[in-house]
Each structure stands twice: as C-alpha cells, then as structure tokens.
Design a protein around this ligand. Sequence first.
Ligand code: SF4
Length: 245
Amino acid sequence: MRSERREGVPRAVHSMAYENAATLGEKCHRMLFEHGTPSRRSPEASPDEELKKEGRPMEHPHIPLEDLQVQVAACRRCPLCDGRTQTVFGVGNPNARVLIVGEAPGKNEDLQGEPFVGAAGKYLNELLAIAGLSREDVYIANVLKCRPPSNRDPRPEEIQACTPFLREQTRTINPEYIVTLGNFSTKFILKTDVGITRLHGTLQRAGRFKVFPIFHPAAALYDSKKREALENDFATLGELLRGEA
Ligand code: SF4
C-alpha cells in the first residue's frame, strides 16, 4: 500500500529521490560508523570549529532524543506507517554505555510502543543480567520503528528510509558499545554481508564504536543451541564491559 505523501509522484521522480536518499544515507553511514562522532565539545567552540581543529569531518549537531521521537511518531517515509498501531522509538538510559539494536517491532511492541516486550523481552532481561546489566543501564532501539506486517523481514527500502533515525539515536546517545541483535542490525551497522552465525560473539569496530554482534533473542527461544550461544555471548559482553576480556 502506498502512503498519502507518495501518491501522484511520478515513478521516475520517486526512484530518483530514492537514489539520492541512498547516496546521502551512504555518506551519513560512513561519517558516523567509519569516521566516528565527537564525544565531548568545549562550550566555547562551536561544534564545526572544534571538528575543524581536530581535522575531523563536520557533522550537524546532535538532535535531542525527545525531538527525534516526535519526528519518528509523525513519520510516513515508508508504507509501514499504514499498518502500525504506533511507532516504537526506543527506550532506556540516554547516556548508556551500551546501545542494543534489534530488528523491528513485533505485535506486542507495536501495541505497547516499547521494544522487546513479551517473551523475547523477558528473555533479553535475563540475558542482560548475565552481562551484569539491567534495562536501566542500556538503551534499546530497533532498525525499523514500525512493525512489518505479519512480522516479515524488513525490506531494503524500509531499512533505507528508517535508518537515519537510528543513526541519529546513535549519534546522540554516543555509546561505547553497540550490541547488534540478529542479522539485520549487524549487517546494517557493520555494512557487511557476513551473517550473524559467523560474527556472533566477536568484537568488531564501526568508527569509534565497539560492535558486538549476538543472535536475536527471539531466534533462540525455541533453539537450545542458539540459546547456549546467546548466553555465552552475553557473558563475554559482561567481561568486555568489566575489562576482563
Ligand atoms: S518504519 Fe521508519 S521510515 Fe517507515 S514509516 Fe515507520 S518510522 Fe517512518
């Protein structure tokens, strides 16, 4: 189904807009996940002046999470807006050392407006405890902010439309670690085609961020092998956070 905003847009113009957005998205991705983002700024210097001084690429100022949440709630950039009960922005500690990135809201998340509720959410709480963390310590967000119908996989054009929000969340929270849960968030953050089965439990880098890919908790609910891998990986995450690994 098409959104109201797209109606009447000639196909050629529409595809040009997507191509431009794709190029811009690539540039933003490289700026954030390859060059990194400043963590502290002196109050006297403007952000641009300070970045120039440091010889680093210039970025626009961070957008407060509250403002970003308002933008997400009004977003109609992709057709998923038509099927949502509400957007699922993200939740947790805005100064978190660990940003957890899942895939997309499911049925319960869509109803409650919060990521990782229901069985997968309960299991995530147990996994966080293995790492010595609680929900209050971390920030949790998804690649997509609206629920795909019947919990189908996110489509490339939806990821492309929605991930500017995740990039802004990352820039604003500025975590030390990004824990990617499952294939979609891992492939997006690391810009890789290598799957989660090979990458889980290995420490990676994306710009200034340490990235630690782990299986998605929902995939492990009924798979004891994945469950064991998930629990081991969260134990390793705890060691990394404590400086023991
Ligand atoms: S999934 Fe993202 S881009 Fe698509 S309508 Fe929802 S918030 Fe907007």
